[in-house]
Design a protein around this ligand. Structure first.
Ligand SMILES: Nc1nc2c(c(=O)[nH]1)N(C=O)[C@@H](CNc1ccc(C(=O)N[C@@H](CCC(=O)O)C(=O)O)cc1)CN2
Ligand SMILES: Nc1ncnc2c1ncn2[C@@H]1O[C@H](COP(=O)(O)OP(=O)(O)OP(=O)(O)O)[C@@H](O)[C@H]1O
Length: 195
């Protein structure tokens, strides 16, 4: 079920959020990506066996490359998303050490479709907007929501964004799975289960 009022409100918020993100300059973006990586590794205790879903930055999204590099260097299992179709969950494929990445649409790169799949314990989610309850807004494809709904166990959800992408309050649909935490250049905020 889609709530039309919520969908219309989200569409307007997406326009504002894109503008807030686009206003940052190159230097600010690079510094923010490094700072976010520091906050992530300082406050998230990773188990050796944890599978982490990351992403390949699209245009002016907060770049998770500094996190990705450190995860790969420390032999953590990393998966990257591939869009299979508009109504499908994301296909999460393991980026094996030394393996090439291939164009996967929207300007992203992803592992080969022969790479193994793995269910993540932690999902790093690119955000268009977020609020202080852990509600998030993506591009509106519902890919992450569908992916989470298809998983056997609920992974830890960590949003990545610039602090300029925080909104007072975002509308939340029944299918919107709230975040456990958001990492920005300013730090990490954890949300309670009751948020
Ligand atoms: N980096 C990244 N990878 C990802 C996602 C994402 O949001 N970010 N996805 C999450 O679902 C999936 C791809 N889905 C997408 C759905 C819609 C658009 C989209 O509307 N793009 C616009 C504007 C992009 C921008 O703001 O610059 C476009 O291409 O015009 C992009 C990706 C899987 N990989
Ligand atoms: N669990 C689900 N199963 C099937 N369809 C879903 C599910 N979750 C979301 N959708 C579909 O996706 C559409 C877009 O959802 P929404 O506006 O919440 O996207 P988003 O969270 O911004 O995008 P994304 O999850 O890709 O970051 C919804 O209108 C709905 O039709």
């Amino acid at each position: 079920m889609v709530d039309e009022t919520i969908e219309a409100a989200k569409a307007t918020l997406r326009v504002t959020a894109r503008a807030a993100r686009a206003a940052l300059d190159c230097g600010e973006r690079a510094e923010a990506a490094e700072a976010a990586a520091r906050h992530f590794f300082e406050s998230i205790a990773l188990q050796k066996s944890d599978v982490v879903a990351a992403y390949w930055r699209i245009r002016d999204e907060l770049d998770c490359q500094p996190i990705l590099i450190k995860l790969m260097d420390s032999n953590q299992t990393v998966v990257l998303p591939v869009v299979l179709g508009p109504d499908e969950p994301l296909d999460l494929r393991v980026w094996e050490q030394g393996a090439s990445l291939y164009e996967a649409g929207f300007g992203t790169l992803a592992p080969s479709d022969l790479a193994p799949r793995a269910e993540p314990d932690i999902v790093l989610m690119p955000l268009l907007a977020f609020d202080n309850r852990g509600t998030r807004l993506g591009y509106g494809g519902g890919y992450y929501d569908r992916t989470l709904a298809s998983m056997k166990k609920r992974p830890k959800l960590i949003g990545l964004a610039y602090s300029a992408q925080e909104f007072e309050r975002l509308p939340r649909d029944a299918h919107d799975v709230p975040l456990d935490a958001v990492v920005t250049e300013a730090g990490i905020v954890h949300f309670g289960a009751a948020a």
